[in-house]
Ligand binder design. Structure first.
Ligand code: ZN
Length: 460
């Protein structure tokens, strides 16, 4: 009827809408992140983390300097106050390790290597890495990965294990063991790292620090070639630093007096520099070339020649009577005390064996050969163990009356140096059953016979 009138009436409304959109785009559009799918409750994250933390603190060279831990705990708790989602009982401690690294366990147990504090030039740089680790906790990356892994490997077993057990401690012991063992295959994904970076930069910003410190610290580590340890446990695809910079642009104008440093930080750093130098790499995530091997004192005792029978409910076999079984059914590990070590967020098998079932990718209805399924599994193992290389293809052997493939790999040992991994695979109706036996390279010869006896004893 009256087009002029209508358009005139709409103009101011449009203008308001446009202004709103523009201002949102300029300031309010920080990336919103939520924890992914999880079988565990947040309370279980805490119990699980506490359990693994106890092991970790027994095995890691803790610095145990009250002033340093108090400072980290104060700084860390202040930063964690800005983390989204569930509130966890965070605690922060210093590990006396010269490598530049930090790691977080589910539920808020954070460990900061002394080398990281000494490499940071100011508090904001340290806070950036702590913020990143808090991001892993807040987004529950550890138990999210464990959940996906559990579902992938044994959906029924895990649901039965959690739901069917009234005792929380019992259920956790079960899950805890599985969590530890399964994490052989388990690493944070690239997405996890990217998300932790974004949360870290948001926390830095909200806590009043200059969030650019995070990107510049990462750049410095990368170009200075000192960040090997940090980036080996926190993979560094090229776009990571760029991702942080983009997030900072979304966060809005920098605070007029964004904090960069504190006297406390400089005092703590001076204190650390006055102490005897920290050993390098004792807690390193992956063995680096030249990393020290396991000191004789912390080696597990040799496998007993007396064997004990074990029936997992899926397979029967015999193992040395001084080894323990972690897990059950189609997913378990056999190891001496001290054979499973905690590194970073993960438990890893350093001495012993494990069995699991891998479900190969198949075309609808098509059968997969033992060779093809094994190739798929090896590719998958190598994705999460980048240092794993085929050393010897030992061809076919027989396991439980069936044809199986046997091959040996060299791999970085979780306790430093190199290890030998013996992989044995065979096809069952449930999928590709695989055994992996592990020992440090220089001790492998003394374990090989026992590994063979175990494999020979396997019955389905
Ligand atoms: Zn990370």
């Amino acid at each position: 009827m009256n087009r002029n009138f209508r358009s005139a009436a709409f103009k101011p409304v449009l203008a308001v809408v446009l202004t709103l959109i523009l201002s949102v785009a300029a300031f309010g559009q920080r990336t919103a992140l939520k924890p992914g799918w999880n079988l565990f409750s947040p309370a279980q994250d805490v119990e699980l983390g506490r359990q693994v933390a106890q092991d970790a603190e027994r095995q890691l060279p803790m610095l145990n300097q009250r002033r340093v831990d108090d400072y980290l705990d104060r700084l860390g708790k202040r930063l964690a106050g800005y983390a989204p989602g569930e509130k966890y009982p965070y605690q922060f401690k210093c590990v006396n390790d010269a490598s530049i690294n930090a790691f977080a366990l589910p539920g808020g147990f954070l460990y900061i290597h002394r080398g990281l504090i000494e490499a940071a030039d100011n508090e904001a740089e340290l806070a950036g890495v702590i913020g990143h680790e808090i991001g892993h906790v807040a987004l529950r990356h550890g138990t999210n990965q464990a959940s996906k892994q559990q579902l992938y490997q044994a959906p029924l077993a895990i649901f039965g294990g959690i739901m069917g057990n009234d005792s929380m401690a019992g259920a956790l012991a079960q899950i805890g063991a599985a969590f530890t063992v399964n994490s052989i295959l388990l690493k944070y994904s690239r997405d996890d790292e990217r998300e932790a970076d974004l949360i870290g930069s948001q926390i830095l910003y909200d806590a009043g620090y200059d969030p650019r410190s995070m990107a510049t610290f990462f750049e410095k580590l990368e170009t200075g070639n000192r960040g090997t340890d940090f980036f080996s446990s926190h993979p560094n695809p090229d776009n990571r630093i760029r991702g942080i910079q983009q997030e900072i642009a979304r966060l809005g104008p920098l605070p007029a007096r964004a904090a960069v440093d504190s006297r406390d930080f400089q005092n703590i750093r001076r204190l650390l520099q006055s102490l005897p130098p920290a050993p390098q790499g004792t807690a390193a995530q992956q063995s680096q070339p030249g990393a020290s091997t396991v000191p004789a004192a912390s080696r597990p005792e040799p496998p007993s020649s007396r064997l004990r029978s074990y029936d997992s409910g899926y397979v029967r076999l015999q193992h040395p009577d001084n080894w323990r079984v972690y897990g059950e059914e189609r997913d378990f590990a056999l190891a001496p005390d001290g054979g499973i070590v905690t590194v970073g967020n993960e438990g890893a098998l350093a001495y012993g064996g494990m069995m699991a079932v891998y479900e190969p990718v198949t075309r609808r209805g098509a059968a997969v050969s033992l060779k093809d399924a094994t190739d798929q599994l090896v590719a998958r193992l190598q994705r999460s163990n980048p240092g794993m290389r085929l050393m010897r293809d030992r061809g076919q052997i027989r396991v439980g009356g069936q044809v199986a493939l046997s091959m040996e790999f060299v791999n970085g040992s979780p306790s430093g140096g190199q290890e030998t991994d013996w992989l044995v695979t065979l096809v069952r109706p449930e999928g590709l059953v695989y055994f992996i036996f592990v020992a440090p390279e220089e001790e492998y010869a003394s374990y090989r016979n026992m590994f063979q006896r175990i494999v020979q004893s396997v019955r389905f």
